[in-house]
Design a protein around this ligand. Structure first.
Ligand SMILES: Nc1ncnc2c1ncn2[C@@H]1O[C@H](COP(=O)(O)OP(=O)(O)OP(=O)(O)O)[C@@H](O)[C@H]1O
Ligand SMILES: [Mg+2]
Length: 377
């Protein structure tokens, strides 16, 4: 079949309008994904949102009712996994227990009848790439979880796939190994330049590893952008609360001239708050602000966009504190949390149940259409 190389700005992997049902259950609803050559894309979302199903559609392991998958300029919809040239790593190590690390890595090469000498060299090189030199003769049962996932990664890379697909490859590992392997996988991926799609429900993993993140919720893609975009401009309250921590403050109001009010104070700032889609009309809105953008000050004269408040519980977190704060707005109260450095806590002599001023950085504020239940962080 003729193969056309995609242009520089053309996606190397393109998934378009894919719909997938399991019986009457809609697992994917008209989802899409585009990855440029060499890009590292993360699919992020809560359990059951359809991440694995999406990856399996890309791999050719799952049929789908509608939509198409294009890889390197060629429509591969309907082609089985064996003809897509993809490398896959699953959450559970899925190594052959009766084969050594080397034999696991070389398995695909052997079934392709690669000559013995070439196979040996390739396996040695792959084990070196994943930091397992010298462990080729060891059986999986004697390898740690992190080492087993390295073998799985080397095995996935053995046939120089066009696409690397990783389904929660780190989630079974302990925290330290996970963080180390994160960096290693990303460095290896960069060096080899292989286009990669990784599924995770761990926002920190996605933020630190991805060039681009696709956030999924209930079988749909709700946002697609760089980690900074997603963090700084979450499209919906769901994205805002799923990635990082977010305070939602109900009872804001958008006036017909566009100004946003909380109580009697308007929220202006230089660029003003970010108005999300759906909140363009005048009316009641929900304000959202991240805990690190909440400023605590000794008294109200310290600046504009300040509200009177009171500290509640203070949680020590090492270099910083998370402080629960009550905001007094109009006649009512709103509970929010602020993340402040230990230095600020010392400087302001912060303690629980202390009256103070609370600043909500207007340029870091998000405005969403009011939903029935949005209060709290
Ligand atoms: N073979 C199947 N038959 C029926 N339902 C399925 C099947 N595979 C997945 N589902 C359902 O489709 C939905 C999405 O599943 P999927 O495995 O893609 O979720 P996920 O985002 O990967 O979740 P997790 O983070 O828990 O792995 C779930 O509700 C799941 O129960
Ligand atoms: Mg899954």
């Amino acid at each position: 079949m003729p193969q056309r190389s995609p242009g520089k700005d053309e996606p190397y992997l393109l998934v378009e309008n894919v719909t997938k049902r399991f019986g009457s259950f809609h697992a994917l609803r008209d989802v899409g994904l585009a990855a440029l050559a060499g890009e590292f894309v993360c699919i992020l979302g809560p359990s059951g949102c359809g991440k694995t199903t999406m990856l399996r559609v890309v791999a050719g392991l799952e049929s789908h009712e509608a939509g198409r998958v294009v890889l390197a300029g060629r429509d591969v919809t309907g082609l089985p996994v064996s003809r897509r040239n993809v490398g896959i790593v699953f959450q559970s190590y899925a190594l052959f227990p009766n084969l050594t690390a080397s034999e696991n890595v070389g398995y695909g090469l052997k079934s392709r009848n690669t000559a013995r000498g070439a196979r040996h060299d390739r396996v040695k090189e792959l084990l070196r790439l994943v930091g397992l030199t010298g462990l080729g003769d060891v059986y999986p049962a004697r390898l740690s979880g992190g080492q087993q996932q390295r073998v799985a990664l080397a095995r996935a890379m053995a046939l120089s796939p066009r696409l690397l697909l990783l389904d929660e490859p780190l989630s079974a590992l302990d925290a330290k190994v996970r963080v180390m392997l994160r960096g290693e996988i990303r460095a290896l991926q960069r060096r080899l330049g292989v286009t990669t799609v990784m599924v995770t429900h761990d926002q920190e993993e996605a933020l630190t590893m991805a060039d681009r993140i696709l956030v999924m919720h209930q079988g749909m893609v709700v946002q697609d952008g760089s980690p900074r975009d997603i963090y700084d401009a979450p499209a919906t309250p769901f994205v805002a609360s799923f990635i990082g921590a977010m305070n939602f403050i109900s009872g804001g109001r958008r006036h017909p001239d566009g100004t946003v009010f909380l109580g009697s104070r308007s929220i202006r700032g230089e660029s003003g708050p970010r108005i999300a889609r759906g909140a363009e009309e005048a009316g009641e809105v929900t304000l959202a602000i991240r805990p690190e953008d909440v400023i605590l000050a000794p008294n109200l004269t310290d600046g504009p966009d300040m509200w009177p408040g009171k500290t509640r519980r203070m949680e020590f977190r090492g270099g910083a504190y998370r402080v629960e704060v009550t905001l007094f707005v109009g006649g009512g109260e709103r509970g929010i949390v602020a993340d402040v450095s230990a230095e600020t806590v010392r400087r302001l002599e912060l303690r629980e149940d202390m009256g103070l001023a609370v600043g909500l950085c207007p340029d870091r504020m998000h405005v969403y259409r009011a939903e029935p239940r949005t209060e709290g962080a």
